[in-house]
Design a binder for this molecule. Structure first.
Ligand code: AOF
Ligand code: ZN
Length: 345
């Protein structure tokens, strides 16, 4: 199952919004097949693993065990059900990391296997599989986008120098090549990314993934007033979504204009996350600025946070968001990543 988890990580950058599942087929301590979920809409992990079995090993399948990080699916979606394919291949045993909460699957995949007489085991390395599939599992349960916060701060707790320092090009960079690449990896793992309108107008970051495998997330700007963006005729906005949070908002509206890809309106952040989920965005990464990040923290609307703590000091500037309970995750020469999972949201 450890190998299946390693494989699942390799699919994580292109399977979104599908969960990236890993699958290994073993005959007497020898791996005869392995695979992971293809790009969204493509083959599931189990099918890829079966496909990889060499013709001369095919006759070993009835004596082989299948290790899969998520319950094999039971529905006709973009592809036929994996559980039925495993039954048809007459595999001997199936070891499952975690059950699939998708109502189309949930327990039905297991039933198909058990009814066919396949020895079926649930919960192998369950904790690790749950962690790997956390975007999928939690968003499926809560029916809202899984939120990951990310920012970089100086040793003395600032995210940016004062604006006059920027004008004078007197900048101390608090991110390093390593932390930038880590951030691009996070971008690749998320369906969407969000910044505040201030960050959009001042920094205008590309928000694309250029330093890791996989695709770039869909970009959103959060604002209190979407009309401000509708009246702007900026070419780059055609690839952005606008997320308007306005408590006087009467109704949720999903709208596209000629120069903005989509506009989602909501009364508050929680409602916005539900609308984003319904619109197909299972995961959302918040990349700043500080006020935007703090507004998600203030209402507890976040699931996970990554904070890059630089060794340099800025002495003044924009204060970093405040979050307690961060624990060190990784280290390079200049940065430490502090990380936490929010278990109460
Ligand atoms: C599996 N193996 O590798 C994955 C599964 O739209 P579809 O047809 O691709 O189905 C997507 C659903 O299938 C997804 O919501 C989840 O329940 C399950 N994902 N299942 O057996 C896989 N990625
Ligand atoms: Zn499947």
């Amino acid at each position: 199952m450890k190998r299946a988890l390693d494989l699942a990580l390799r699919g994580a950058y292109h399977a979104v919004p599908n969960p990236s599942v890993g699958c290994v087929i073993v005959y007497q301590d020898r791996i005869i097949g392995e695979g992971f979920t293809s790009t969204y809409g493509g083959a599931h992990a189990e099918i890829n693993a079966l496909q990889s079995v060499r013709p001369e090993d095919k006759n070993l399948l009835p004596f082989s065990s299948v290790y899969v990080t998520l319950e094999p699916c039971a529905h006709y979606g973009k592809t036929p059900p994996c559980a039925i394919r495993l039954v048809n291949e007459k595999v001997k045993a199936v070891f499952i990391g975690v059950l699939d909460p998708n109502p189309k699957v949930s327990g039905k995949g297991v039933s198909l296997l058990v009814e066919a007489g396949i020895s079926t085991h649930i919960g192998l390395l369950e904790k690790e599989c749950r962690h790997h599939h956390r975007h999928f599992l939690k968003s499926m349960r809560t029916k809202r986008s899984y939120v990951t916060l990310k920012w970089a701060e100086s040793a003395d707790g600032y995210v940016a120098p004062p604006s006059n320092a920027l004008e004078q090009q007197n900048i101390t960079w608090i991110s390093t090549k390593w932390s930038q690449q880590f951030a691009h990896k996070l971008r690749a793992q998320h369906a969407a990314i969000l910044i505040g309108s201030h960050t959009y107008f001042i920094d205008n970051p590309s928000l694309t993934n250029r330093q890791w495998a996989g695709k770039s997330p869909f970009r959103f700007i959060i604002t209190r007033n979407a009309d401000k963006f509708i009246s702007l005729s900026r070419n780059d906005l055609k690839d952005f979504g606008i997320l308007e949070i306005n408590d006087s908002q009467q109704q949720h509206a999903l709208q596209a204009t000629s120069h903005i890809a989509t506009i989602i309106r909501a009364k508050n952040l929680l409602e916005a996350l539900e609308h984003l989920y319904t619109a197909g965005f299972r995961s959302l990464m918040i990349e700043g600025g500080s006020n935007t990040l703090q507004s998600f923290i203030a209402c507890g609307a976040w699931d996970e946070a990554y904070v890059f703590k630089a060794s340099k000091k800025l002495h003044q500037g924009t204060q970093a968001p405040k979050l307690s309970d961060l624990k060190p995750l990784g280290k390079s020469e200049a940065d430490v990543v502090w990380h936490t999972l929010n278990t109460s949201f």
